[in-house]
Design a protein around this ligand. Structure first.
Ligand SMILES: [Fe+2]
Ligand SMILES: [Fe+2]
Length: 238
């Protein structure tokens, strides 16, 4: 449904560079989070998988950064536009989850949902950047890793939490959806607030400006005499 929006975002050179650099940040951030998860888990198999996963994500961050920088070198990007960063929430990352406080099943469920979203999003981007073979090759490579991440997190979730893994995935999905909703709602509220202020400025303010101007015209110009007695000397303090 959003394909035309994605196409529009990726069609512009500067936006493309900013998107790639934003992805680089998200992927590296995700890599660091998963590295912390590897340090924290008591499960040796999960520790190994998390470690491989973290290395993949850090590598993705590096690939995106390098590609963004290479594009930048070909042409200096202009100043930031209104759609700096990510107008549509990206699919990846742990949404600032406190990795240290989360049990493995919650973390795996959350990772599974995030990786699935990332895989879907990157598949769309790969198709859209057909005019740019190098960027496309990067998406191709990353997409393969994301599909692996999506699958291993699900398999491991079913292993560590065989009774409740479906519920865990639904919970993670709901929490992710809620965060997306809050983000979109805040953006809409921002636009709405600006609109109301603009309307107030152009609709409510003019009558008051007109009244003030009319009152100013009625004021006599120059010095005015004050009633007798007001300029008597003061005889008391108050
Ligand atoms: Fe990734
Ligand atoms: Fe991933």
């Amino acid at each position: 449904m959003l394909r035309p929006v994605h196409r529009w975002i990726w069609s512009d050179f500067d936006r493309r560079v900013r998107k790639l650099l934003a992805f680089a940040e998200v992927e590296s951030d995700g890599g660091r989070d998963i590295l912390r998860a590897a340090q924290g888990t008591p499960d040796p198999l999960l520790r190994r998988l998390y470690l491989e996963h973290a290395i993949d994500e850090l590598h993705h961050g590096h690939l995106f950064r390098e590609r963004g920088a290479a594009l930048l070198r070909t042409r200096a990007a202009r100043a930031n536009g209104p759609f700096d960063g990510s107008p549509l929430p990206g699919g990846h990352g742990l949404d600032n989850l406190r990795v240290e406080d989360e049990p493995d099943e919650r973390l795996l469920a959350f990772l599974h949902v995030a990786e699935k979203a990332a895989a879907g999003r990157f598949a769309i981007y790969r198709d859209i950047v057909d005019d740019d073979p190098s960027t496309r090759a990067i998406f191709d490579e990353i997409l393969r890793d994301e599909v692996f991440h999506m699958n291993y997190t699900y398999t491991q979730l079913a292993r560590v939490s065989p009774r409740s893994y479906r519920r865990q995935v639904w919970r993670a999905r709901a929490s992710r959806l809620w965060k997306r909703y809050i983000g979109v709602a805040a953006a809409v509220a921002n636009v709405f607030g600006t609109l109301v202020l603009v309307i107030q400025y152009f609709v409510l303010l003019p009558p008051f400006a007109w009244l003030a101007k009319r009152a100013a015209r009625r004021e006599p110009a120059g010095w005015t005499t004050i009633p007798a007695g007001r300029d008597d000397s003061l005889t008391r303090q108050y």
